[in-house]
Design a protein around this ligand. Structure first.
Ligand code: OAD
Length: 241
């Protein structure tokens, strides 16, 4: 592992075109629960009820209650060393993007500028009928909230299961992955698509692919480096000068 860390450190130092794909594991050390690992959200809560358009239209109040609670916990969370180290690395590179599946905004809070929120943001909401969209950190008391423009239901601006990634977000991400020389994916179980396709795309194109996770994923044996451990510790050691 020490040799691998040294090799990855050199690659990150020498390469100017890097894309990072992050998942819930990078925010776990900020106290935000992941979805699938031990005690993950999808073990305790029903995905179909809370993270699909069908679940939302069946019981919008229940869905909003859940997102209210998640808003509260995310509002009290701070970025951790992993987020900060990535922001620092971005400042040294010309081409450095983060594509995050997380909806918590912690990369931006840590100072990262080029962040693509692939699954949306928990503090953005949009109307289910008109084009109204806004950023709002409010914890609602009256649920479900209603569009101030057209009085229809508001919903979180998050990509739920069964929904497409907005086309502009998908195309921009795809092109960034095409241009990058290195893909570093961190704290993602790599089972949710299309985000996980970026890992396959990079492997097939012969790019340098680096995984950081507490455990192995379906791609661990196919990538150049699979670094097992906590994101904060590994990122610190691979970005040390
Ligand atoms: P998951 O919960 O599926 O995976 C989290 C991964 O992080 C697991 O593989 C853990 O082993 C790893 N992990 C946990 N703590 C870690 C740490 N401290 N350091 C390194 N790795 C750690 O989360 P995602 O892959 O992000 O979508 O899930 C993808 C999508 O599924 C989410 O964006 C969400 C979810 O349903 C939507 O809500 C639309």
């Amino acid at each position: 592992m020490i040799v691998q860390i040294q090799e990855v450190r050199k690659i990150l130092k020498d390469t100017d075109k890097i894309v990072v794909l992050t998942g819930a594991g990078i925010s776990a050390e900020s106290g935000i629960p992941t979805f699938r690992s031990n005690n993950g959200l999808w073990e305790k809560f029903n995905l179909e009820e809370l993270a699909t358009p069908q679940g939302f239209y069946k019981n919008p109040r229940k869905v909003w209650q859940w997102y209210n609670e998640r808003r509260k916990s995310i509002l009290s969370a701070f970025p951790n060393k992993a987020h900060y180290k990535l922001a620092e690395l971005e400042s040294k590179k010309n081409f450095f993007y983060i594509i995050t599946q997380n909806i918590d905004g912690l990369h931006q809070k840590a100072g990262s500028k080029k962040v693509i929120e692939f699954h949306g943001n928990i503090f953005r909401e949009k109307c289910t009928k008109c084009s109204y969209k806004t950023y709002n950190e409010k914890i609602y008391e009256e649920l479900p909230p209603i569009c101030p423009k057209c009085n229809n239901l508001l919903r979180p601006d998050i990509v739920w299961f069964g929904e497409n990634i907005p086309e502009d977000v998908y195309v921009q991400s795809y092109e960034i992955v095409e241009k990058a020389e290195v893909l570093l994916y961190i704290g993602t179980s790599a089972v949710v698509y299309p985000a996980a396709h970026f890992i396959e795309q990079s492997i097939y194109r012969g790019k340098i692919v680096i995984e950081i996770n507490l455990e192995k994923t379906q791609y661990s044996d196919l990538v150049n480096f699979s670094l097992t451990g906590r994101a904060s510790e590994i990122i610190e050691s691979i970005t040390k000068i």
